[in-house]
Design a protein around this ligand. Structure first.
Ligand SMILES: NC(=O)c1ccc[n+]([C@@H]2O[C@H](COP(=O)([O-])OP(=O)(O)OC[C@H]3O[C@@H](n4cnc5c(N)ncnc54)[C@H](OP(=O)(O)O)[C@@H]3O)[C@@H](O)[C@H]2O)c1
Length: 313
């Protein structure tokens, strides 16, 4: 089968399409014929740095990169109970760990998958994986109905799911993006929009219950200023927070937490229900063929992606 192999961490030229052996499934795994893959910032972070690769993947290069897939089950292990050959499935495979998703066939634990709703395309399903799971796992543990929630980068992969999920939980959603994405974030449910290029959110917001932070650094420091006493922030880029951030958080009685998304079939089933009910709709802004994976990485690295980038097989 064809797979995109990363021989060694580095630039996009290190993503090389190769003929490799089809994976052999374990008892609790299914073999998925992949129809669509989604790409995330972690893909280019791992691709570009051997230390990050080791930390996330738990091994060294060479690897087949990627975690987010949608496709059809073509073989099932002896202990698989939830899926049959012919089922259309989607999920984030083995994260953190090695997902080996940039391939025509992927061995996936049944515990990481859900069935794709009949009205959802493979591309939409592939889009609703790592970014959507991150939004769901962070919000379900931190947000209550009526909360005032600030979501940074609401037009991005995680942010656009976070807006929709927070709205479905009954929160009042405030989000940041540049002006060109205002209409988009309002169309998916944001109650208030702040153009971070012309307005400092910390000057106009206060009394926030929860902040979903995509940046750390200055954005996280300023976010601490707008949260009410007893409130919380989850910041997802790294688990390291500066002394200044931690000191201000302590002074203001604000919790600053990190969350690393985890593969989880139960959460995938929640996302399946949300796709079916219309509570969540993925935005796919760009789609590339399998042999243009490098272009998908370039697009993500621009930092300007609206919604999700998909690669089709
Ligand atoms: N810990 C975890 O498990 C986990 C999981 C998922 C993601 N992450 C991390 O979370 C971060 C976000 O991921 P993502 O997939 O959402 O990224 P993304 O899709 O690449 O985000 C792009 C969006 O960010 C917006 N943006 C850029 N600068 C901004 C700013 N200063 N203020 C507000 N919005 C801004 C852009 O909108 P404009 O063009 O309008 O500026 C664009 O729509 C990444 O660092 C990723 O690695 C961590």
């Amino acid at each position: 089968m064809k797979a995109i192999v990363l021989e060694k961490a580095g630039g996009i030229e290190n993503l090389v399409m190769k003929e490799v052996a089809q994976p052999i499934i374990k008892d609790e795994e299914v073999l998925v014929k992949v129809k669509a893959i989604s790409v995330n910032p972690v893909d280019y972070k791992v691709r570009g740095n051997e230390d990050v690769l080791g930390m996330i993947c738990g091994r060294n290069s060479p690897i087949v990169l990627g975690w987010d897939i949608a496709g059809t089950v073509v073989a099932v292990g002896d202990k698989v109970t939830k899926f049959n050959i012919g089922d259309n499935v989607f999920g984030m495979i083995n994260f953190p760990g090695t997902g080996s998703a940039y391939a025509e066939y992927v061995a996936a634990s049944e515990a990481h998958l859900a069935k794709i709703p009949s009205s959802t395309s493979f591309e939409e399903a592939a889009a609703t994986t790592l970014a959507a799971l991150t939004a769901l796992q962070v919000l379900k543990n931190n947000v209550n109905p009526g909360d005032r929630v600030l979501i940074h980068a609401g037009s991005g992969g995680v942010g656009h799911f976070a807006i929709q999920i927070a709205k479905s939980m009954g929160a009042h959603v405030i989000t940041t993006s540049s002006a060109k994405n205002k209409d988009f974030v309002v169309s998916i449910g944001a109650d208030e929009h702040i153009d971070y290029r012309t307005e400092a959110f910390q000057d106009v917001l206060s009394n926030i219950d929860f902040v979903f932070d995509m940046f750390n650094g200055e954005t996280l420091y300023n976010s601490v200023k707008v949260v009410k006493s007893g409130g919380a922030i989850v910041s997802i880029p790294t688990p390291e927070f500066s002394e200044e951030i931690l000191a201000l958080a302590k002074e203001r009685d604000v919790k600053v937490l990190f969350h690393m998304v985890q593969s989880d079939g139960e959460d995938m089933n929640t996302l399946k229900d949300m796709l079916e009910s219309g509570a969540v709709k993925p935005q796919i802004s760009k789609s590339f063929p399998f042999d243009q994976m490098a272009k998908a990485h370039e697009q993500l690295e621009s930092g300007r992606t609206v919604g999700k980038v998909i690669v089709k097989l």
